[in-house]
Write a protein that binds this ligand. Structure first.
Ligand code: CO8
Length: 259
């Protein structure tokens, strides 16, 4: 597939990097962009060599939301029948390898929601997060009212969703929305460092870890603990567990084979 709205590259043959690339529209998430993003994510997920994926935007904008001109004239029937959102916004949820969001500039509306669909967010110090849909006469539609409270709690979510105000990187880190804040010129270096670390570990263990953490948001504590324990038990059937523990015991660096 030839991409027109994203850039795709790999680093060290083991990290996939997807850059949202509609600079004139501040990376507004058009239908075409979401289709291309979904395609690129699936391709990296299926590539045995890739151990981690980074999703990023430009210095000015990770993404300023869904494409407003594209949806301004939608009727209810257009949105409902055309399956607006689920058709190409859910792909990222099906990606089993870790996805890091490297966010600089605006992450607004669908852009903030897309960042929250990543497994964790590393933010540049100029990042701004917000759910301003209320100012357009609508509400978040791709998880803002569901994922934001899980990340930052009810009060801050209500504040953001009801007033449409933005949260800067410092506030986002304090609230637990992002895992780290770094200077803008260090963003990709930091994200790549994390991605390469993950890519050098066992892919099977990383996928299991991701699956288990995500289960925490879908289950009771006892069901989640049981899910985690069964995955933990299952990893003793892998060669990577033997390799990891043998390497520790013999004071050497493990070489994982993702088996
Ligand atoms: N869609 C399309 N174009 C956009 C968008 C957008 N979301 N945001 C900015 N642009 C365009 C502007 O129209 C402008 O284009 P032009 O130069 O041709 O006029 C260009 O990007 C630069 O924007 P500004 O001149 O406004 O730049 P500023 O630095 O002054 O302001 C802001 C930057 C604050 C980001 C401002 O552009 C803004 O407020 N943008 C809209 C943000 C917003 O409301 N986002 C939410 C959209 S709704 C949404 O995301 C719903 C998601 C639901 C799920 C998705 C289902 C598909």
């Amino acid at each position: 597939m030839n991409y027109e709205t994203i850039l795709v590259r790999t680093e060290a043959d083991k990290v996939g990097i997807i850059t949202l690339n509609r600079p004139k529209q501040l990376n507004a998430l058009s239908d075409q962009l979401m289709d291309e993003l979904g395609h690129a994510l699936k391709a990296f997920d299926a590539d045995e060599k890739i151990g981690c994926i980074i999703l990023t935007g430009s210095e000015k904008a990770f993404a300023a939301g869904a494409d407003i001109p594209g949806m301004a004239k939608y009727s209810f029937v257009d949105a409902y029948k055309g399956d607006f959102i689920t058709r190409n916004w859910e792909t990222i949820r099906s990606v089993r390898k870790p996805v890091i969001g490297a966010v600089s500039g605006f992450a607004l509306g669908g852009g903030c929601e897309l960042a929250m669909m990543c497994d964790f967010i590393i933010a540049a110090d100029n990042a701004k997060f917000g759910q301003p849909e209320i100012k357009l006469g609508v509400i978040p539609g791709a998880g803002g009212t569901q994922r934001l409270p899980r990340a930052v709690g009810k009060s801050k979510t209500m504040d953001m969703v009801l007033t449409g105000r933005m949260m800067d990187a410092t506030e986002a880190e304090r609230a637990g929305l992002v895992s780290r804040v770094v200077p803008l010129d260090k963003l990709m270096e930091e994200a790549l460092g994390a991605a390469l670390t993950i890519a050098d570990l066992s892919q099977v263990a990383a996928m299991a870890a991701k699956e288990s953490v995500n289960r925490a948001f879908e289950s009771t504590l006892s069901d989640g603990l049981m899910f985690e324990r069964r995955l933990f038990h299952g990893l003793f059937a892998t060669e990577d567990q033997k390799e990891g523990m043998d390497a520790f015991l013999n004071k050497r660096k493990p070489i994982f084979k993702n088996r």
